[in-house]
Design a protein around this ligand. Structure first.
Ligand SMILES: C[S@@+](CC[C@H](N)C(=O)[O-])C[C@H]1O[C@@H](n2cnc3c(N)ncnc32)[C@H](O)[C@@H]1O
Length: 371
């Protein structure tokens, strides 16, 4: 079952792109913030998303903790932090697929048009096995890799994704997707899952970054007991959801299904910070800043990237400043700098002929915990 070790094909940075994520940092953002941090200092991201801060910390040999209430975010982040090899991931996949048991496939128009039946069967076998046991590093890496290839654009040559035409960044809603495929007569092609896994594992996991202590926790940062994390932090590099951006899980509903979620889109996710009003949103951020500050060493530095979306007219700068004031703890604002305009999601959305508006300005807030 063991395949021959192959030569390194990718740079260590490649692994960070294993699965896209809305409003993710480019790796350069946390990497720059963490320059000069010592290897015994701990870094925290209480809204870690796909774990960019954690991975940047790992690349420079710094221990870190990442927290996110989305199970998709936590699974992606964890997959890039584990120590494993492409061969171990390929073997974990082949071992699961060797089990040719009958499995119940999801039914309905969406599933029939999204995946070829043979591909769907392999996906369901992998889903079932990983839900039963995802404790080993290779299974964690395999899970994050599968999340990244579950849907995406169809290409002319060897397939890179398992689905019929779809964006990679978000999963189209079932009715919309069915209409899109039917109007264009797009049928799903059979895709060899093990084959795609093997090529992607060679690309994303070929190089091994330094091994560092880390924890990725799937939890709500408003209520998590930060004193139990077992570390005091000297750097926080984070980016909360932008006010109004409340679709992290519904927009990733297919990935959530793969992680054990339902076969349909669910819109209510109470573990996500609430967006009913700018005031309530700022209050919840304040609660998280208080929790985080309580787990920090005196002098710890925060960098918070925050922006807005077009749906909500509230001023992002005012929301963040109000949350920092409301935290009523030893946080001192040092600077607020423009980080320019972000165009996250635009290119991917075009694959599915959906256009997103240009996001508004983002800011970097630099804050210090006073001793
Ligand atoms: C802007 S994204 C973070 C992206 C991240 N910087 C990256 O590079 O991937 C904000 C994240 O906050 C998470 N989130 C929302 N409410 C949360 C809560 N109450 N506790 C923890 N995480 C939460 C969302 O699931 C989302 O992943």
């Amino acid at each position: 079952m063991r395949s021959k070790p192959r030569k390194t094909l990718s740079k260590p940075d490649a692994r960070n792109a294993i699965c896209p994520y809305f409003t993710m940092f480019p790796l350069s953002v946390p990497s720059k913030q963490l320059r000069g941090v010592g290897s015994s200092e701990w870094v925290l991201d209480p809204f870690c998303g796909r774990g960019t801060t954690n991975y940047a910390a790992r690349l420079i040999g710094i221990p870190s903790v990442g927290i996110d209430s989305s199970p998709i975010a936590a699974a992606i982040a964890e997959g890039k932090m584990v120590d494993t090899s492409p061969e171990a991931i390929e073997n974990a996949c082949l071992e699961i697929l060797a089990n040719n048991d009958d499995v119940d496939l999801p039914e309905g128009e969406f599933w029939g048009l999204c995946y070829h039946p043979s591909t769907l069967k392999a996906i369901v076998l992998l889903r079932k096995a990983l839900l039963q046991d995802c404790s080993s590093p290779e299974r964690k890496a395999l899970r994050s890799l599968l999340l990244g290839i579950l849907h995406g654009p169809r290409n002319k040559g060897v397939p890179s994704y398992l689905s019929n035409q779809m964006p990679r960044t978000y999963a189209a809603k079932p009715d919309y997707a069915v209409r899109f495929w039917t109007e264009r007569q797009l049928c799903p092609a059979p895709v060899e899952v093990a084959n795609v896994v093997s090529r992607k594992a060679q690309y994303y996991f070929a190089s091994t970054p330094p091994k560092v202590p880390f924890r990725i926790i799937c939890a709500d940062s408003r209520v998590l007991d930060f004193s139990k994390l077992g570390a005091r932090f000297s750097r926080i590099v984070t980016s909360p959801p932008y006010f109004g951006m409340r679709t992290y899980v519904p927009d990733q509903w297919l990935r959530w299904w793969f992680l054990g979620g339902p076969e349909t889109v669910v819109y209510r996710h109470p573990d996500q910070i609430a967006h009913s009003s700018a005031y309530e949103f700022a209050e919840q951020l304040a609660c998280i800043w208080r929790n985080v500050a309580g787990a920090c060493l005196p002098g710890a530095k925060f960098m918070i990237r925050f922006g807005g979306i077009h749906d909500r007219k509230a001023n992002p700068k005012e929301i963040m400043l109000s949350s920092l004031r409301e935290a009523k703890c030893q946080l001192r604002l040092l600077t607020v700098r423009s980080a320019g305009l972000s165009s996250v999601g635009k290119r991917q959305a075009e694959q599915f002929k959906r256009t997103l508006q240009t996001p508004i300005e983002e800011f970097d807030f630099h804050v210090r915990v006073e001793g």
